[in-house]
Design a protein around this ligand. Structure first.
Ligand code: CO
Length: 305
C-alpha cells in the first residue's frame, strides 16, 4: 500500500512539474488537460479524476469540454489540479502558476503584486499544514494553522473548501481537512492518507456554484428509456465506477449530442453526480496548493513533493 502511494505520488508530481511549463500566454486549456491525462496513462498509472484547470476567480472543478477554445491569457492565475492512481492508491496534487507573457498589458503592477501574494499565501498555508500534521492531531488544528498562515498575508482561505482523506479507489473517503478551525475534533491516525489543499483569496473566501458541469461521479444504477443513455450508463459503470470522470471522455466516446443528452438524463435521475465549477463569491482571484501526505507518529511523508 505504502509503496503504491509513493509510486503514484512520484508520477503525479513529475507530471505536475512538466505540465506547469505549459502554463503560459496562448496555451489552450484543453491541450494542458489532455497532456496531463495522457502522461498519467503513459506512466502506467490510472487517472484518479479529470485534470482540473481553473482560472482566476474559479477555485476548482473546471476541466475542458470537447473542443474547448479557452486559452490562457498572460497574468491568469492558473490552478492545475491532477490525480494519479496506482493499484487504487491516489496521489492528488495542485499548483498555482501566474501565466507569463505580456502581463503588463492585462494588469497593473499593483494587481500583479497582489496576485503573487495570493499564490504565496496558499503555499504558506500548505507548509503550515504539513508542519502540523501528525498522528493524534485534530483536523481543526491543521485548519487553524492554514488560516493563520494565510491571514499573515491579510488574505482569506476559502472557508467552504476542504482537503480530504484518501482510501483505495476512493478520492473523498469521508474525513475533511478544513482550511480554518471549524471545531472538527476528528483525530488523525498513523497510516492515514490525506490530501491537504489550502486555497487563498483576497475575497470573502466563499465559493458558489458557477454554470456548466464538466466533471461527474457515478452514483447508482437507474432505468432509462433511451437506449443510448443506457449504453452510456453501462460504459460509466464499467470504466468510471469509483472515481470522477470528465464529460469530455463521454462525448469523445459517444459523440457530443448523444453524450450530452445522456449526461443530462443521468444527472437528473441522480445516476451520476454533476459537479459545478466553484467560483469565488466576490469574483476575487483564488490560488490553491495541494499535496498528498501519509500521516505518521511524529509527522508525515509528503508523497507528491
Ligand atoms: Co484534492
Amino acid at each position: 500500500m505504502m509503496e503504491s502511494y509513493i509510486k503514484s505520488g512520484k508520477i503525479a508530481s513529475k507530471i505536475r512539474d512538466e505540465a506547469s511549463k505549459m502554463i503560459t500566454e496562448g496555451t489552450l486549456v484543453i491541450d494542458l488537460v489532455e497532456y496531463v491525462e495522457s502522461e498519467i496513462l503513459k506512466s502506467g498509472a490510472e487517472i484518479a479524476f479529470p485534470c482540473n484547470v481553473s482560472l482566476n476567480e474559479v477555485a476548482a472543478h473546471y476541466t475542458s469540454p470537447a473542443n474547448d477554445q479557452t486559452a490562457i491569457q498572460a497574468g491568469d492565475m492558473v490552478k492545475l489540479d491532477l490525480g494519479a492512481m496506482v493499484d487504487g492508491y491516489i496521489a492528488d496534487t495542485a499548483i498555482t502558476i501566474i501565466a507569463d507573457g505580456n502581463i503588463d498589458e492585462n494588469y497593473t503592477q499593483d494587481e500583479i503584486n497582489l496576485h503573487e501574494e495570493i499564490v504565496e499565501a496558499s503555499e504558506a498555508g500548505l507548509e503550515a499544514a504539513i508542519a502540523t500534521a501528525r498522528a493524534g492531531i485534530e483536523v481543526s488544528k491543521i485548519g487553524e494553522a492554514v488560516h493563520e498562515a494565510i491571514s499573515e498575508y491579510k488574505l482569506n482561505p476559502i472557508f467552504n473548501l476542504t482537503g480530504h482523506s484518501l482510501e483505495q479507489n476512493n478520492l473523498h473517503a469521508g474525513i475533511s481537512i478544513p482550511n480554518y478551525d471549524n471545531h472538527d475534533h476528528y483525530i488523525l491516525e498513523e497510516g492515514q492518507a490525506v490530501a491537504i489543499e489550502p486555497f487563498a483569496t483576497n475575497g470573502e473566501g466563499i465559493v458558489n456554484d458557477a454554470p456548466g458541469h464538466y466533471i461527474f461521479s457515478y452514483l447508482k444504477s437507474r432505468p432509462f428509456r433511451m437506449k443510448s443513455t443506457q449504453r452510456v450508463l453501462k460504459y460509466i459503470q464499467n470504466n468510471h465506477r469509483f472515481v470522477p470522470f470528465s464529460g469530455r471522455w463521454i462525448t469523445n466516446e459517444f459523440g457530443e449530442r448523444k453524450g450530452n443528452i445522456a449526461l443530462k438524463q443521468l444527472s437528473e435521475a441522480m445516476a451520476v453526480y454533476a459537479y459545478a465549477p466553484l467560483r469565488e463569491k466576490q469574483n476575487c482571484f483564488v490560488s490553491q496548493k495541494e499535496h498528498t501526505l501519509i500521516i505518521e507518529k511524529e509527522g508525515c511523508t509528503v508523497t507528491t513533493i
